[in-house]
Design a protein around this ligand. Structure first.
Ligand code: PLP
Length: 405
């Protein structure tokens, strides 16, 4: 019998955060090893529970949550999101411009499916959160990766964006705060990005899922608050800010120049009705979460658990010979660099696999974030300081053995 093959549509689609190396880690756990996981931004397993009030509201509403609801989502949840857009100064958003999905992930895929014809191009950051590259490819589009510049605090390299625009470019993706680099973009840079989109008629897709995970008192500006003459699609949700990844409650907001996008919006409406609606119990968490004081503020404030873990990871990484790391201003990640003159790595996937097998610590290789060289990896600083110290101590030991090869 002939082998059953996957669709060609999946040729350029990958998601290494849950790829073959995490699968190997799972097998090792089954064999009885304890693996320290610095690979995924999933908060609850590290002791970051969702706010109690939010959990209680989901429990209370569970008996009413077994029917389908409006495809775009529960009215009161979308109303709460609408108020959130007002707090973030995004003008002119009505309940109709808001789509609730099974996490932002579903909506990112939907937004690309609704937009792209084969060969259309989308500017995606490099490094990126790989779902973006995958979603563009799956929709038949071509991701064009623009550089985020490590030497400039990982801010988008505006020249590189301009150089990669062609007559096929439809959109510009901005991940701010950034995964995997932890960068937070200042308003001047956001305004430059708006200007590029304006000049070239691009849609801006803004992934702002970490907009409350901010250190050192930093403030986040939603790029959609900076103009009304271009189309913005902004993504957010409860996964990170409210430590509720598993509720799968995310949303997408269409704002700005909606008049030019009537046809595209019709496409989004068709796609959102096709999947009937998003997980309803999770939608009941949204109003309570956005209306209260349960966000992540205490954890990221100086002396808060996440702030301490960030500081420790940053310090330990930078103390390792041949390792340098930009300090994250936001989110849950850092993206350290290995000096290839010190560590002759040709294949970073193999490097991360060897580290896992030798030291029982799971990281993700930089190329998993569409980075162009085998000289980076991502650290998730969710484990407590004991585990983080232990894991990074093991990395230091592994790197020392690597230097001697
Ligand atoms: N966007 C970014 C930048 C992320 O890091 C993640 C998850 O890690 C998502 C989107 C997906 O979020 P959700 O849980 O809402 O699907």
């Amino acid at each position: 019998m002939e082998a059953i093959l996957k669709s060609n549509k999946l040729l350029n689609v990958c998601y290494e955060i849950r790829g073959p190396i995490p699968e190997r880690a799972r097998q090792m756990e089954e064999e009885g090893h304890r693996i320290i996981k610095l690979n995924i931004g999933n908060l609850q397993p590290f002791g970051f529970d969702a706010p109690e009030e939010v959990v209680q509201d989901v429990i209370r509403n569970l008996p009413n949550a077994s029917g389908y609801v409006d495809s775009k989502g529960l009215f009161q949840s979308r109303k709460a999101i609408m108020h959130y857009t007002q707090e973030k100064n995004i003008a002119g958003v009505t309940v109709d411009d808001i789509y609730i999905g099974n996490g932002a992930s579903e909506l990112i895929v939907m937004a690309m499916q609704g937009l792209l014809n084969n060969g259309d191009e989308v500017l995606v950051p490099m490094p990126d959160y790989p779902l973006w590259t995958a979603a563009v490819s799956l929709a038949g589009g071509r991701p064009r990766h623009y550089l985020c510049d490590e030497a400039n605090g990982w801010l988008p390299a505006l020249d590189d964006i301009r150089a990669k625009i062609s007559d096929k470019t439809k959109a510009l993706v901005i991940i701010n705060p950034n995964n995997p680099t932890g960068a937070l973009y200042p308003d001047e840079v956001l305004l430059e990005l708006v200007q590029i989109a304006r000049e070239h008629g691009l849609i801006i897709y803004a992934d702002e899922i970490y907009d409350k995970v901010l250190y050192d008192g930093a403030k986040h500006t939603s790029i959609a608050s900076l103009a009304d003459d271009i189309l913005f699609v902004t993504f957010n949700g409860l996964s990170k800010n409210y430590r509720a990844c598993g509720y799968r409650a995310g949303w997408m907001i269409v704002s700005g120049n909606k008049k030019i996008a009537r046809d595209y919006i019709e496409g989004l409406n068709i796609l959102s009705t096709m999947r009937l609606c998003a997980n309803v119990p999770g939608q009941y968490a949204i109003q309570t979460a956005l209306g209260g004081y349960q966000s992540i503020d205490d954890l990221v404030a100086p002396g808060g658990r996440l702030a301490k873990q960030r500081d420790l990871a940053h310090e330990l990484l930078n103390a390792m010979p041949g390792v340098s790391c930009v300090k994250p201003k936001a989110a849950l990640y850092m993206f350290p660099k290995l000096d290839l003159n010190v560590y002759p790595i040709a294949d970073d996937q193999q490097f991360i696999l060897d580290f896992l097998q030798q030291e029982k610590v799971l990281l993700v290789q930089g190329t998993g974030f569409n980075w162009h060289q085998p000289d980076h990896f991502r650290v998730v600083f969710l484990p407590n300081t004991d585990d983080l110290g232990d894991a990074l101590g093991r990395l230091d030991r592994f790197l020392a053995s690597y230097r001697k090869r």
